[in-house]
Design a protein around this ligand. Sequence first.
Ligand code: SF4
Length: 367
Amino acid sequence: MNENQIYVIYGDHIKEMTASLLEAVDLKGRIPSHDSLIGLKPNLVVAKPSSTGATTTPEIVEGVIEYLQKYGYHNLLILEGSWVGDDTGRAFKVCGYDLISKKYGVPLFDTKKDSVSVQSYGGISMEICNKALETDFLIDLPVLKGHCQTYVTGALKNMKGCISDREKRHFHTLGLHRPIAYLNKLLRPDFVVADGICGDLDFEEGGNPVRMNRIFAGSDPVLTDSYIASCMGYRPADIEYIRIAADIGVGSCDIDRADIIELNRDTTLASPASSRRVQSLAKYTEAKDACSACYANLIQALARMEDCGELRALKGHPVKIGQKYQNSSGSGPGVGRCASGFKPCCMGCPPKTEEILKMLRAYRLRK
Ligand code: SF4
């Protein structure tokens, strides 16, 4: 694969999906040697299971380890430092990483306990954990999710787990965006395997999880974050740290020119939304056997409309979505090829979040 490509796989057989994805991108071909120290950096920002939408699904990490061990890479390490105020050891346990470590013989490393090196870029000095700097190949395993300050969080921001707690506090005083982008200039992950199985709509600590049933991979962390932004209904340039990272040459945020390669279609059905916000957004939909990825893209689009105070116009005009609409027609908005009998309809299978947004916004203006 090249830097401009993102590979996406859908479904709910997570370990098998991860294996197929890594075979498709030929991850082994990117690793310098069999002796390389390979760091796996999940997002365990808090000690909460991945079902809350906060942390990296452990089966993805298992899938990566199994792939690497199958091809003879055994010098592996899982490294993370939870946010200030949470204990990484507790997060390893609660999120299932203790068990992974025992099962595969891969050590866990708490970056909070590491020594640091001070490195500088663009006039900002920062304390980066030495173990992260020592890795020969660093695999970033972020979660596709929202963030109350930066709107989205993904591969670039996940690298914050490789700095000291003191530095994490310092980043907040600097407004997060610039230091996050600069950190990735100093410690750029070599590869990204992003968890889009279940991520939170708004908060990095979880609470409003949306089942999205996808995993995606790329070698450019700016491009993978741009893809995350677009999945959540943002333009990459709207997210300041993505824009800065592109400006300083960490990668590209030109998602329109990216080559998005979808290895399959999502066939899993969306399960009833459980969290409060997702339930309240679901009131604007009429779903009948909607696929998870399709439904998640609609929920993300509705969330962006709610953020902008645009949802009211859709009251009484529920959005039709799902396979059971294949032979139906009517007026009012539809989403996905299955609802093509409804007017207007955002086609696609699944349609992209930003296209759903565009259609619903135009529909709202006509009301
Ligand atoms: S358009 Fe229909 S088949 Fe395609 S993802 Fe949506 S619900 Fe599933």
